[in-house]
Design a protein. Structure first.
Length: 527
């Protein structure tokens, strides 16, 4: 750990030394731009004027919703009961065994229990870890970006995408548990790369499975460095610099170093320590943030119906400049919702696959709660706060690259949300800064696990492999803190959406199995 921290300190000092003279933030932007431009061109190629990846995501979510008989509605209550432990007697918890070594692949020996067949963490811990990977600055900065670009109507389409995405999450996370690997020490390895490879091999498509699984792992690593890391540290740095009145790139790199140290201490412990942290941070920060949003919304009770009416009306008749009509605002809403809840990207199934259960569908039901919490609940709260705030005419919708002018000053992402909060809550800048930082840290620690699992899938499960990935991950925290929002989010979008294509190959080959697994589990519940 000391060597890792020393290395990070060296990286940060190197960045800081050249920052002023060499224009570090511009150099980072130039490095990211060719990659993000290439992937965005390939991934978002249009079909009838609409990016194919969005057609694939939303179309698949609608198909799964209908095929499984609206599980996002019919089984919502059962999902709540699974999380609260009502059906734990069905999970078949066995005896206890402990490893005799000091540490096994990042897991603490005194926490390796009941794992050889059932998994590593509880339903609640798996949900908390996965939610912490999605409930991040996409809920604060991403929502503000969507509204700034597409106007209030983007919120409506974000909610629709979130509701449909619940069904996709159910399918991919059921498969994540069904096809996971568990080694002799009880350590779980799961996610799309495993159900793609093993599931397609069972269907006779061995080579396709290998190639698609490897591609997913590569894109997931890119996503862990981008949207799950650099984009998070970028937004955390923006609000911290604003609160502290700092402007220099040096300040950004130093903030990045502090975040890297904090995240490094947590991720060294593996999924057990990650789960133990996220199960405390996620409920705390989510409840705190929701209470603050409710305070603002209820304080403006007479404006709620106007805000909801505006959101619904502008979903079909947008007035944001340059949005491109209904299709334009729909695409903005879907794109930000897909980035926020990641339904279809498959990342969350990596966390859910570590759950203690003998019924794969039980965790699939738990997973469908994730887009509801992330997009339908928290994103909607943020949107209502911003829309109510802007009824005072503080900025014009349709800002260039998501940047809007408020009182003559430019604001983007979390900065817009911060201004909305500041209008109603004294000292809210402190509160929102804490919220953004907590969201960022929780997202980074969850995505470190996603990326590490993908890294191990490609390069093996040794300790050196483990350390190499973690060092790179922590370095990207510092890089993200020094870069601009535009370049980081473009790269992040590209990596997250690239994961969709190989993941969907697995889902479309294997979704019939999920129906049987669900039928078996529902029968067990009724019995």
């Amino acid at each position: 750990m000391k060597k890792l921290l020393s290395f990070l300190f060296f990286i940060s000092m190197s960045f800081s030394a050249v920052a002023q003279e060499a224009g570090l933030d511009q150099k980072i932007d130039q490095a990211f731009k060719p990659v993000s431009d290439f992937f965005n061109t390939v991934i978002f190629f249009p079909v009838f004027g609409t990016p194919f990846v969005l057609i694939l995501l939303v179309g698949s979510a609608l198909f799964f919703t209908i095929y499984f008989g609206f599980p996002n509605i019919r089984h919502f209550g059962a999902a709540i009961n699974v999380v609260r432990g009502k059906y734990d007697d069905l999970e078949g918890q066995g005896g206890v065994h402990k490893s005799e070594v000091n540490e096994v692949d990042g897991d603490l020996p005194d926490t390796i229990k009941d794992e050889s067949e059932e998994g590593e963490v509880s339903h609640f811990q798996a949900l908390a870890t996965a939610v912490s990977g999605t409930v991040g600055n996409g809920n604060i900065a991403g929502v503000a970006l969507a509204i700034a670009l597409g106007g209030p109507g983007a919120t409506f389409w974000m909610i629709i995408c979130g509701l449909l995405g619940m069904s996709t999450k159910f399918v991919e996370c059921t498969l994540g548990v069904q096809y996971r690997d568990v080694d002799e020490n009880g350590v779980v390895f799961g996610g799309p790369m495993y159900y793609i490879k093993k599931g397609l091999a069972n269907k006779g498509f061995v080579q396709l499975g290998k190639v698609a699984a490897a591609l997913f792992a590569i894109f997931c690593i890119g996503g862990s460095f981008g949207g799950g890391n650099a984009a998070q540290s970028n937004q955390a740095t923006i609000v911290l610099k604003e609160l502290l009145g700092l402007e220099s790139t040096i300040a950004g790199t130093m903030i990045g170093l502090v975040l890297a140290v904090l995240v490094g201490i947590i991720i060294i412990g593996g999924i057990k320590r990650i789960a133990s942290v996220t199960e405390k941070i996620v409920p705390f920060m989510a409840v705190l943030y929701i209470v603050a949003c409710l305070y603002i919304i209820l304080s403006n009770f007479t404006l709620i119906d106007d805000a909801i009416g505006t959101i619904f009306r502008e979903a079909f008749n947008p007035r944001a400049a340059g949005v491109g009509g209904v299709i334009g605002v729909l695409l903005i809403g879907f794109r930000r919702a897909a980035f926020s809840n990641e339904a279809g990207a498959g990342s969350a199934s990596i966390a859910h696959s570590a759950v203690k259960t003998k019924h794969s569908a039980s965790e699939g039901l738990v997973a469908l709660l994730e887009p509801f919490i992330d997009t339908v609940l928290i994103c909607s709260m943020t949107a209502l706060v911003i829309v109510i705030f802007n009824m005072g005419g503080y900025f014009e919708y349709g800002g260039v690259n998501g940047v809007v002018m408020i009182d003559g000053l430019p604001y983007e992402g979390a900065g817009i949300t911060s201004q909305a909060f500041a209008n109603y809550i004294p000292y809210s800048s402190i509160f929102l800064t804490v919220a953004v930082v907590l969201f960022a840290v929780s997202t980074m620690i969850s995505w470190s696990y996603y990326g590490l699992q993908s890294w191990k899938f490609l390069f093996g499960r040794g300790k050196r492999t483990d350390l190499t990935y973690k060092v790179l991950f922590l370095v990207f925290i510092v890089i993200g803190a020094a870069a601009s929002m535009d370049s980081i989010w473009a790269f992040s979008d590209a990596m997250i959406f690239a994961m969709v294509f190989p993941n969907m190959i697995g889902l479309y080959f294997l979704f019939p199995e999920v129906k049987q697994l669900l039928r078996t589990y529902l029968k067990a519940i009724k019995g």
